[in-house]
Write a protein that binds this ligand. Structure first.
Ligand SMILES: [Zn+2]
Ligand SMILES: [Zn+2]
Length: 271
């Protein structure tokens, strides 16, 4: 939108994208993205009430939400989807296989907007691109969100970084990346062996080292923020995740954040 400045010069109104990870981990995930006019939630894996509480705690108004995107049907990503959709009359963007896998759990949705992985769609002035990831769900998706010349990439819940994931996450200004476990802590930790194998497998979760390696491949001059997400409370610490990825950043002036289960990560704005 063109607006007139005091000096009489017409300039473009500046929209800034902001991102707030409200919760991250195996007990619930939800991330807020907004350009100030259109606001969306990517996953709603806590109770509706708790998501509203966390939004308010970050100065965000749940009534301003325009849509919910669902990455996959695991409980830690869908718990509040139905409640929030009904309470705020929100369309839910979800692919068919994911919806089939969770429709009994989420119940009636105010509106369903099916998407297909690989095909972009708009929500307001935001352009959403869902892409396939390797995880033990029916049709799991990562997302890129672009708008006003800014690109955000989100990839959690993936066992392996494929060429497609890497390509989609190129040239982002902000990345939310999974750093699920420290490999040694996972091996030494309390989980039964089959679960350890599932987490380490191609359909499981990325380790700190996987995230660090991916980041070295995605580094570029415009990358401002990296949020490490979906940390395991049993098999990782924020210090270990931060240290592993810091080494990979190798002195680059990128702001590195670690999202927690209890508090997520504060509101980040992309300049
Ligand atoms: Zn998850
Ligand atoms: Zn999952």
């Amino acid at each position: 939108m063109a607006i007139g400045g005091n000096d009489g010069v017409v300039r473009r109104e500046k929209f800034r994208l902001s991102v707030c990870v409200l919760a991250s981990g195996s007990r619930g995930n939800a991330t807020y993205v907004s350009d100030g006019r259109t606001s969306i939630l990517i996953d709603a894996g806590l109770s509706g009430k708790e998501i509203q509480r966390r939004m308010s705690a970050n100065g965000l108004d749940p009534k301003q939400l325009d849509a919910i995107l669902v990455s996959h049907e695991h409980a830690d990503h869908i718990q509040g989807v139905g409640v929030l959709s009904r309470r705020f009359d929100l369309p839910v963007h979800i692919n068919d296989a994911t919806l089939q896998a969770c429709e009994n759990t989420v119940g009636r949705l105010a509106r369903v907007r099916p998407f297909v992985c690989g095909e972009s769609f708009p929500v307001g002035e935001l352009n959403i691109h869902p892409f396939s990831i390797s995880h033990d769900a029916e049709d799991p998706a990562g997302f890129t969100i672009t708008g006003h010349g800014v690109k955000i990439g989100m990839a959690t819940d993936l066992g392996v970084v494929t060429g497609m994931v890497r390509t989609h996450l190129e040239a982002c200004d902000l990345l939310v990346l999974e750093a699920n476990h420290d490999p040694q802590m996972l091996i030494d930790g309390p989980y039964p062996w089959p679960l350890k194998q599932r987490i380490r497998g191609r359909s499981g979760h990325l380790s700190n080292e996987d995230a660090a390696l991916l980041l070295t491949e995605l580094l570029h001059a415009r990358l401002q923020h990296v949020v490490l997400a979906h940390l395991s409370e049993a098999n990782n610490t924020s210090q270990k995740a931060h240290a592993a990825v810091s080494r990979a950043l190798n002195g680059n002036a990128i702001q590195l954040h670690v999202a927690s289960q209890a508090e997520g990560c504060g509101l980040l704005t992309i300049d």
